[in-house]
Design a protein around this ligand. Structure first.
Ligand code: PMP
Length: 428
């Protein structure tokens, strides 16, 4: 290995041993040496502020998670063919955080698997396999969920799938327009012989560009009147991210099925589907769902620590208060710059959309990409999202401090100012 540049040596090794399906971030990828709280330290000993990762909600290397997991590794870690009081107790506590009709939970290992199962449950419960998704949705990576994920490069959505465009973010009648889009898509599915069984929505609509909280009650009505179930994909929006326990609570609706993942085990692979007992029992009477590593005691031990933080209100409070502080600081930075940008926020999920003020989509994409690279050079980690990638996606662990949020916002302000200075210079 090259002593002077360990990160370069790792990158070279990586391209030899890892398959070409991976994509790393940044022109020069980050090589992680260690991580703690909201800080990732790279192979050269540089510290980065992690404002991107929503899996370690309690922070990287959380001491509480670490001790719960290592204790559990020394006790027992078997599968769901046996009973384990700890797993049952966790399931009960999780269900208690949901409205009354969520009576049962089934565990899986990833968001993709949870959505895959939710689709099967919905099709079984309704006898209908049509699915409506948003135009740039991402719901995961198995064949079945790739077929409902139009944002996956190179993936054709299935014939049973209708992607719909979202109304303009600021449309006053957003909910009514979306309800109309649902009705139209449901009719098209019906004509193709795939009547509507489910509308699946990421409750923060992350990959389409981040939706602010608002009522989608009319949309929910349209889904149900056309025979579909509402699957709330809470893989991104669950566990306090939006300033409520679950993102759907910020949309004024109660879903039929909910899927959870990412932050659920603070990095250990655990995900879940929740819904009414009847849906699971009817499915279980005809089909089995056994998933070897799902709902085993070690990831559940990690998940207990996250759930305890949710129950305490700490995660929700941080998403609300930290989110408000960050939004104010970002708006100040934008207003004191000459760069137009719109901030859309749902708790501590923040999008900064550069597609505004009359610039072309292409320029907005360029600006967003450039901001990500420049923030990286300032040792701040964020990424992009949205229809074309015009939106900066900021989604830090929920233990981020006010000081770290200030550091993030001042880095953003510096990078914005530098971009403007260079653009002015180039125009001279
Ligand atoms: N749903 C949403 C909304 C997601 O953002 C993701 C992951 N980015 C998934 C599902 C898939 O989760 P996983 O990668 O754990 O399979």
């Amino acid at each position: 290995a090259d002593e002077a540049a360990p990160a370069i040596a790792v990158a070279k090794d990586r391209s030899r041993v890892l398959g070409g399906t991976y994509r790393t971030f940044y022109s020069e990828p980050l090589t992680v040496a260690s991580a703690r709280g909201c800080t990732i330290t790279d192979a050269n000993g540089e510290d980065y502020l992690d404002a991107y990762n929503n899996v370690p909600v309690l922070g990287h290397s959380s001491p509480a998670v670490r001790s719960a997991v290592s204790a559990e590794l020394g006790r027992a870690n078997s599968h769901t063919r046996y009973l384990d009081a700890r797993v049952i107790d966790y399931a009960r506590r999780l269900i208690d955080r949901f409205p009354a009709h969520f009576e049962s939970v089934v565990f899986a290992c990833s968001g993709s698997e949870a959505n895959d199962l939710a689709l099967r449950l919905a099709a079984h419960a309704t006898g209908r396999d049509g699915v409506i998704v948003t135009r740039h949705a991402y719901h995961g990576t198995t064949s079945a969920v790739a077929a409902i994920s139009p944002s996956l490069v190179g993936t054709e959505v299935g014939e049973h799938v209708e992607p719909i465009d979202l109304p303009a973010w600021d449309a006053a009648d957003f909910d009514d327009l979306l309800a109309e889009a649902i009705a139209g898509a449901a009719r098209r599915l019906e004509v193709r012989g795939h009547p509507l069984g489910a509308f699946i929505l990421d409750s923060t609509v992350t990959s389409d560009g981040i939706l602010e909280p608002r009522s989608l009650a009319a949309t929910a009505g349209a889904v149900r009147s056309h025979g579909g179930l509402w699957i709330a994909d809470e893989v991104q929006s669950g566990f306090g991210r939006t300033g409520a326990d679950w993102g759907f609570q910020r949309l004024d609706l109660i879903p039929d099925l909910v899927t959870l993942g990412k932050p659920m085990g603070n990095g250990l692979p655990i995900s879940a589907v929740l819904g009414p007992r009847e849906i699971f029992d009817d499915f279980g009477a005809e089909q089995r769902y056994f998933n070897t590593f799902a709902g085993t005691a070690v990831p559940v031990a990690a998940a207990e620590v996250v759930l305890t933080a949710l129950e305490s209100g700490d995660l929700v409070a941080r998403a609300q208060e930290g989110g408000r502080l960050l939004e104010n600081l970002l708006i100040d930075a934008i207003e004191s710059s000459a760069t137009p940008a719109l901030v859309r926020r749902n708790g501590l999920m923040v999008g900064i959309d550069f597609e505004t003020g009359g610039i072309t989509t292409e320029s907005a994409v360029e600006r967003a990409k450039e901001m990500v690279e420049r923030l990286y050079a300032e040792r701040i980690l964020v990424s992009t999202t949205g229809r074309a990638g015009t939106v900066l996606k900021i989604r830090p662990p929920l233990v981020i401090t006010d000081d770290e949020l200030r550091e993030l916002a001042s880095g953003f302000a510096r990078v914005l100012a530098r971009g403007e200075a260079e653009a002015a210079h180039a125009g001279e």
